[in-house]
Design a protein around this ligand. Structure first.
Ligand code: FUB
Length: 325
């Protein structure tokens, strides 16, 4: 009798633990009522992708406990929405340590689709080559599971030392597939770089080339609207977001000034720009989660981006209301 009771208690305890675990592993759906989109956890470096009528936002998870003041980022999280109002945060997260050659540190990233596969370009700290590196993971679905596509870094610090000796210049990948099918990787801190990617998306297809942009810091993002290519980027520090335009992905890039002012509550402001259902969205981070939000505990926001008739972009207005009507 005593043994049976013990077994029953044991079973009940295990069931409770299992339910708690599955609850934590479930997707979370919520309606955004204003900026930031997610206010229950800190997320930074949003990269957005539109695929099959859905917006996906990939963001690094800021885990820095207050009052500590540096990045603590082990994983990236995924949000999705079909209407920019009701969002799902997917239970699946992708961890920086899934790259066996990396020490960790889930810095900025971007996902792109090609031929039904999803490629996630990420910044991580390399385990044996000093400095930051860019890795690429692949999945059959935009929400994973993702796995290291190469088993080694795509870009390492030693590949760019001719341009700068700092060990953190190889960060912040942004990827773009041009109308002729050629894919390009842009990245860089202090110095902006770009290179062609092979059709397989996991190997470079030519040399690494520098792009000189005034007061360039980091966070490049490439997008195209009409005939214009746009290269937006973080400038100076604390960062404003600026942009340049060109009629050719290979440049020359004409600097066009400030796109978004200082966030004020975050020293970085990393942006993504997407077109979705007739509107252009500017998705970025600031430090707007009260009371401990800051440059290391960031929050993902969305506002509208509008063009002038000549293709230049109107200054972004960061709002508390956001775009979620
Ligand atoms: O999240 C870490 C770093 O902060 C990113 O790589 C930069 O773009 C800046 O947002």
């Amino acid at each position: 009798m005593f043994n049976t009771l013990k077994k029953l208690l044991c079973f009940l305890a295990l069931t409770a633990v299992t339910s708690a675990i599955s609850a934590a592993e479930k997707d979370t759906t919520f309606v955004a009522t204003g900026n930031p989109i997610v206010s229950y956890k800190y997320l930074g470096d949003p990269a957005a992708m539109v695929y099959d009528g859905t917006v996906y936002i990939y963001a690094g998870h800021d885990e820095c406990p207050a009052p500590e003041q540096y990045y603590l980022m082990n994983e990236w999280c995924i949000l999705s929405t079909k209407d920019m109002k009701t969002f799902t945060e997917h239970a699946y997260t992708f961890k920086a340590k899934e790259f066996k050659w990396a020490k960790g540190e889930a810095w900025a990233s971007q996902v792109i689709e090609r031929n039904g596969k999803f490629y996630w370009y990420v910044t991580v700290e390399h385990a044996t080559i000093p400095g930051k590196s860019i890795g690429v993971a692949v999945a059959d679905s935009p929400t994973g599971p993702f796995k290291d596509a190469r088993g080694s870094a795509l870009i390492t610090n030693d590949m760019t030392t001719q341009y700068t000796s700092i060990p953190w210049d190889d960060i912040d990948p942004t990827v773009f597939i041009d109308d002729d099918g050629q894919a390009y990787l842009f990245w860089g801190n202090t110095q902006c770089y770009y290179a062609k990617l092979k059709e397989n998306m996991i190997e470079l297809d030519g040399p690494i080339m520098p792009i000189n942009l005034p007061r360039y810091t980091e966070a490049p993002w490439i997008h195209k609207h009409g005939e214009w290519y746009y290269l937006s980027f973080a400038s100076e520090f604390p960062e404003k977001l600026c942009y340049a335009m060109s009629k050719n992905i290979n440049g020359p890039w004409e600097y066009k000034g400030i796109l978004n002012e200082l966030a004020g509550n975050s020293n970085t402001n990393h942006q993504a720009i997407i077109e979705f259902k007739g509107k252009t969205y500017f998705i970025y981070h600031n430090g707007s989660i009260n009371p401990h939000g800051c440059g290391f505990r960031r929050a993902v926001c969305a506002d509208l981006l509008e063009y002038n008739p000549d293709g230049t972009i109107k200054r972004i207005q960061m709002t508390t209301e956001g775009v979620f009507k």
